[in-house]
Design a protein around this ligand. Structure first.
Ligand SMILES: [Zn+2]
Length: 169
């Protein structure tokens, strides 16, 4: 076997225990929700918000369709991060996303999980797993396979789904 990358850890936080860690995660997911709310709603894709964070510092933000070319939130944050003064912090940073990053795309676009792996992001915090509306998402599995730790912050799940209620049955 040539693969020596250990599987990334997967953790679910389903209660707000008042710890600093959970408070910090909630604060950043709330900011990511504000990003998701900036996305123009559509019937063909979710509205998602993302932040790239180094320590407590936001490197870049992104939301669905922010940049031209039917872009996704994590993809936008990563593209934008390259032209910020903090770009050297992207490697080893944490990505907050209101929804699980996508693992495949019908268009020729590169899926977000590949953007995240390529950028050297070490940890991903998601607010909700991608619902089955469009396809089966394997984003968490792909990230973990690349050795990236994934935390599912379930306590704000409803808020993360709210910009997408028209897509849920
Ligand atoms: Zn995506």
């Amino acid at each position: 076997m040539s693969s020596t990358i250990p599987l990334g850890a997967y953790r679910v936080i389903d209660i707000d225990d008042g710890s600093t860690e959970v408070e910090v995660h909630m604060e950043f997911i709330e900011l990511a929700i504000q990003q998701a709310n900036l996305a123009q709603p559509t019937d063909t894709a979710f509205s998602v918000g993302s932040l790239l964070v180094h320590g407590r510092q936001i490197i870049a933000t992104g939301f669905s369709r922010e940049l031209p070319g039917n872009t996704h939130a994590a993809q936008c944050a990563i593209i934008k991060s390259k032209s910020t003064p903090l770009s050297h912090f992207v490697q080893g940073s944490v990505l907050y996303s209101t929804m699980e990053p996508c693992s495949s795309r019908l268009s020729k676009n590169v899926p977000c999980s590949s953007h995240i792996i390529g950028a050297g992001i070490k940890e991903v915090i998601i607010g909700v797993k991608e619902p089955m509306t469009f396809s089966e998402c394997r984003g968490v599995a792909q990230l973990r396979k690349a050795g990236i730790n994934v935390t599912h912050l379930k306590v704000l799940e409803e808020e993360c789904l709210r910009p997408n209620v028209h897509l849920l049955t």
